[in-house]
Write a protein that binds this ligand. Structure first.
Ligand code: UDP
Length: 139
């Protein structure tokens, strides 16, 4: 089966709490190949574009403040079914509902501060890689 890419981002709380190594290890052990990765300071405009789908939600401003509160660790990973498996490893949006053994289930503290983002479709993979890696990632 064909390998595809996904975009995964450790959010500022995950970086601050020293979870980069643990999360990278989980993806490597699951058989994903790391394609590219870097620390990024997300600015206000980029945060608003990234979460554009939530612009009308009551938590939007808080979400933008959170994602711009410190560096994120942006990664491109490759595997068969990368988006689907990546999302299942991350777990439900609200850590209270996320199963133990998922990243949010093991490390998330609240729905606002849930450690990690993963693309939810092939279209968002392409948009997010372009936004974070300027369309010029390692291959
Ligand atoms: N979020 C929030 N409050 C909510 C729902 C979501 O602060 O009630 C934040 C949370 O950080 C989440 C992000 O908004 O990860 C994007 O929400 P989405 O529904 O896209 O969930 P995800 O794809 O991250 O699981």
């Amino acid at each position: 089966m064909e390998k595809t890419k996904t975009f995964i981002m450790i959010k500022p709380d995950g970086v601050r709490r020293g979870l980069i190594g643990e999360i990278v290890r989980r993806f490597e052990q699951r058989g994903f190949r790391l394609v590219d990765a870097k620390l990024v300071d997300v600015d206000q405009a980029h945060a608003e574009r990234h979460y554009g789908a939530h612009r009308e939600k009551p938590f939007f401003q808080e979400l933008v403040d959170y994602i711009t509160s410190g560096p994120v660790f942006a990664m491109i990973w490759e595997a068969e079914n990368a988006v689907e498996i990546g999302r299942s490893m991350i777990g439900a949006t609200n850590p209270v509902k996320a199963a133990s053994g998922t990243i949010r289930g093991d490390y998330g503290t609240s729905v606002e501060f849930n450690v990690i983002h993963g693309s939810d479709s092939q279209e968002s993979v392409e948009r997010e890689i372009e936004a974070f890696f300027g369309g010029n990632p390692r291959a």
